[in-house]
Design a binder for this molecule. Sequence first.
Ligand SMILES: NC(=O)c1ccc[n+]([C@@H]2O[C@H](COP(=O)([O-])OP(=O)(O)OC[C@H]3O[C@@H](n4cnc5c(N)ncnc54)[C@H](O)[C@@H]3O)[C@@H](O)[C@H]2O)c1
Length: 412
Amino acid sequence: MKVCVLGLGYIGLPTASVLATSGHTVLGVDIDRRIVELINKKQVHIEEKGLKTLFGAAVNSGNLTASTKPAPSDAFIIAVPTPEKNDRADLSFLRSAAETISAHLRPGNIVIVESTIPPGATEEHVVPVLETSGLKAGRDFHVAHCPERVLPGQILKELIQNDRVIGGLTPDCAARAAELYRSFVQGRIELTDLRTAEMVKLVENSYRDVNIAFANTISNICLAQQVRSARVIELANMHPRVNILRPGPGVGGHCIPVDPWFLIECAPKNAELLKTARRVNNQRPRVVAALAKKMLGRARNAKVAVLGVSFKGDVDDVRLAPAEIVIDELERGGVDVAVYDPHVKQFKKDLMNLEDALRDADLAVILADHSDFKYLHPERLGRLMRSRRVLDPFGSVDRALWEAAGFEVRTL
Ligand SMILES: NC(=O)c1ccc[n+]([C@@H]2O[C@H](COP(=O)([O-])OP(=O)(O)OC[C@H]3O[C@@H](n4cnc5c(N)ncnc54)[C@H](O)[C@@H]3O)[C@@H](O)[C@H]2O)c1
């Protein structure tokens, strides 16, 4: 098939690459000229495990090219951002992507929305824009929603292996979309209606948010009670029907802190639990900053080395990362903050190498769960620091080893 993928970010570029290596002719479209130029020079602009190789195979096969504008195709996949603005979904990117498609729409085409959207958004915001083409959705062309549920860091594996939910404007629309996904998905493909598919994605991420908020609430209580939450949770999880997640410094990224708002906006009176979870998780970076300040005590001209600023371990994505709020809070309190992250290339503060970040620091705070941090050598790093203290929300370091090297180690 000729497929046009709109939005070449963390979702669109891997999807375009998988489609191209599955034999489709793919035109990747992005409004960001820099991204389009890079792709046409056979370079990727994001870090994702395995992407360079797959993308290389896709462009070298001649099946993947990029442009700032769509062209006539059999299928159009929309993977543009749907951020939250004032606790509601901002669908402006989605509407403008639909607008650019409508000029190229032909009878028999299919348009698939992969972006995460509130219930009803495909019918209310995408279909009317596409119908400005003069064609009728469900009769002349097909419309479906296939929410993306991949895990950053595992995107390529999950694009192929995950089960997919496809909601169609009509059953025929869902069946036609499924034909395209069957060309590369090995997981199950479940067909349903549009609104159900839209809800499924939001429910999944709200479930994660609420469960993380529960773990964070336990951690807040344990901090006040001076009990180690990691041990409490470990022991509680020995119960056969209890499975509490690990507390952390907050929830970041494009999905989990955003998607619950799309459910809340459509049913505010029924979504108190979701609102509370958002509040609890949003508060966590401030809990971490307060604990860091407590550990610094009366240190004069205090310096903190922040290790890891991405929203999740082993990825380069810093969108809505809790680290940003922790750093702001510390700096507002007069603390000098130095930042090291082995994955992130761009951040609002200068990134340093590990040694420079730790040199003369009074405290190291680990804010991303990168695997590299498990192998940090406490004795060598301790020699660089002014005081041997580490705040380790994820339990990344070997506590016994670091304590033996003279470190004060705190978790959440
Ligand atoms: N990143 C994830 O892990 C993930 C997981 C599941 C779902 N999603 C959802 O997928 C969607 C895309 O997320 P992402 O992380 O890939 O975003 P992203 O910001 O990485 O990429 C989106 C791209 O779309 C481009 N764009 C914006 N408007 C456009 C338009 N009108 N036409 C063409 N391109 C346009 C942007 O320039 C950007 O490069 C969002 O709705 C997100 O919630 C993301």
